[in-house]
Design a protein around this ligand. Sequence first.
Ligand code: NAG
Ligand code: NAG
Ligand code: NAG
Ligand code: NAG
Length: 418
Amino acid sequence: MFTGFWVVLNLLAMLVHMGPASGSADLRNFMYLTGQHPVMPVHMAEQQDITHMALAFMPSGVFNRRGQHDVDGNPHEWPPLFQSINHTRMLVNPKTKLLVAIGGWGDTFGFEKGAQSPKSRQRFAHNVAAMVTATGADGVDIDWEYPGGNGEDYREVPNAEKAWEITAYPLLLAAIREALGPDKILSAAVPGKPEDMLAFTPDTVPDIMRSVDFLNVMTYDLMNRRNTVTTHHSGVQNSLTAVDAYIAAGCDARRINFGLAFYVKYYKTEHDDCVRRKNQTGSALGCRTLLMEDPDTGADLGRAAAFSWHDNVPEEVQASFARAQTDGTYDKEGGGYYYWDEDADLWWSFDTAEAIASEKIPRVLQARKLGGVFAWGLGEDGPKYEHFTSMCRAWKKVRDDGWGMAGRNNSSEIRDEL
Ligand SMILES: *[C@@H]1O[C@H](CO)[C@@H](O)[C@H](O)[C@H]1NC(C)=O
Ligand SMILES: *[C@@H]1O[C@H](CO)[C@@H](O)[C@H](O)[C@H]1NC(C)=O
Ligand SMILES: *[C@@H]1O[C@H](CO)[C@@H](O)[C@H](O)[C@H]1NC(C)=O
Ligand SMILES: *[C@@H]1O[C@H](CO)[C@@H](O)[C@H](O)[C@H]1NC(C)=O
């Protein structure tokens, strides 16, 4: 009788725990702080909302070294970050977890070497843990772009030669988790385009999730130099496609942060095709770009470009960007702000501060009840931090009132609209 009562109580507690959410105290607000723009809004209240900050990057190659001493017998130093963990700690909320991000676009070689064998994985993991201790960080974020291929070198090294990484990647993460212990944070930045999710399948994702605390799904650059027609680089629809792929592969939505880009992207278009498309459909969405990547070498042909909100707008596109800001359109269906400049033949794609709060947060974070949001990167939004503050306000509503409560609150309706 007593046991039965106990079981019922536990079941009730479980139901309450799993039931419709009201507030999510542990909702994450994860900011990359980059060496390119190492500035923060220390004067703004929203800085206090940041739950995690990752300093980017430390190169992956340094974690393959043997032994604790260099050739002269001196203890190894870790390559200095643009700003130390200890210094950063003085500038953020005492509760903010500070991570070191390892790798980044194009920096795959160190991971490939480290992932190869049980021994190399153990060495890599041991070095990561030693670096975490030496720097005083709370954990690491692994930015291998990408295990299994489709990285910077995909035309030079075919994906077939990297197929082994698909099984090695979860093993490398497991080794890092073991070396770090259960209390340090281990996260991973993972691809947002389905074709790049070579190592993220129903076979591997459950294994990956056994080692990491959460994933940062890079729901930006979804239109990049490998695309051939215009679309949103960080749209609602293609962001949902990305996070849904991880959920379908076995990742709990609560362990996903979806990504925001605090920068502007633009691409050169094929004039006649875009005129035709606009004439036929009313918008240039889906019209052809110029060739943006060398088909033989994979080199960037300079026809897809970006600048952060912190950067000066390149002079040659200043007039066009001004038109994009005043005359652009929000595509309700795909969920993205865009402008096609017929005179300059440029396609613009970026998130306005307003669209982040009124569209992105409700239609992605709330609709899928994700565990948080992240952005690349905090300093990129300076000195005004308009996108960051707009994001924080919407994020806070969800944190305090629950996924369903803030703004538009019926996720099935939101989903139907898509
Ligand atoms: C960071 O600060 C702590 C506490 O003051 C100190 O013990 C540690 O040596 C510092 N670490 C580094 C790498 O400076
Ligand atoms: C636009 O469409 C109209 C009819 O739908 C056609 O008469 C016109 O030639 C088209 N213009 C261009 C530039 O394709
Ligand atoms: C839910 O949203 C509707 C319309 O968007 C609003 O009128 C209503 O007050 C909201 N309910 C709650 C509990 O926030
Ligand atoms: C959400 O919207 C759908 C479709 O309009 C409706 O059937 C459902 O009852 C609504 N749910 C809530 C909780 O309001």
